[in-house]
Design a protein around this ligand. Structure first.
Ligand SMILES: [Zn+2]
Length: 74
C-alpha cells in the first residue's frame, strides 16, 4: 500500500465523517430546531393579550377585546 493511498483513504474517511456529522446535525435541527416566524407580535393595551399577526400589518385588532394595537418592537 503506497503512501498516497493511505493519505487518500484517510482524507476520504475524514470527509465522510464530516458529511455524516453535518447530516445528523441537520436532522436534529429540523426535529428540534426553532424556526423563526415572520409574524409581528402585538400586545393589547387594554387586556394585555399577546398575539401575532402578519408581518406586513402595522396595526392589528385584538382578538379578545377588539382594540387596535401597534406591533411590539424588540
Ligand atoms: Zn385586548
Amino acid at each position: 500500500m503506497s503512501f498516497e493511498t493511505v493519505i487518500c483513504g484517510y482524507v476520504g474517511l475524514l470527509l465522510a465523517g464530516l458529511v455524516a456529522v453535518a447530516w445528523r446535525s441537520e436532522q436534529l435541527r429540523r426535529r428540534f430546531g426553532f424556526t423563526p416566524s415572520d409574524d409581528s407580535v402585538f400586545r393589547c393595551r387594554d387586556c394585555g393579550f399577546v398575539y401575532t399577526d402578519d408581518s406586513d400589518v402595522d396595526r392589528s385588532r385584538c382578538p379578545h377585546c377588539g382594540k387596535t394595537n401597534e406591533a411590539v418592537t424588540f
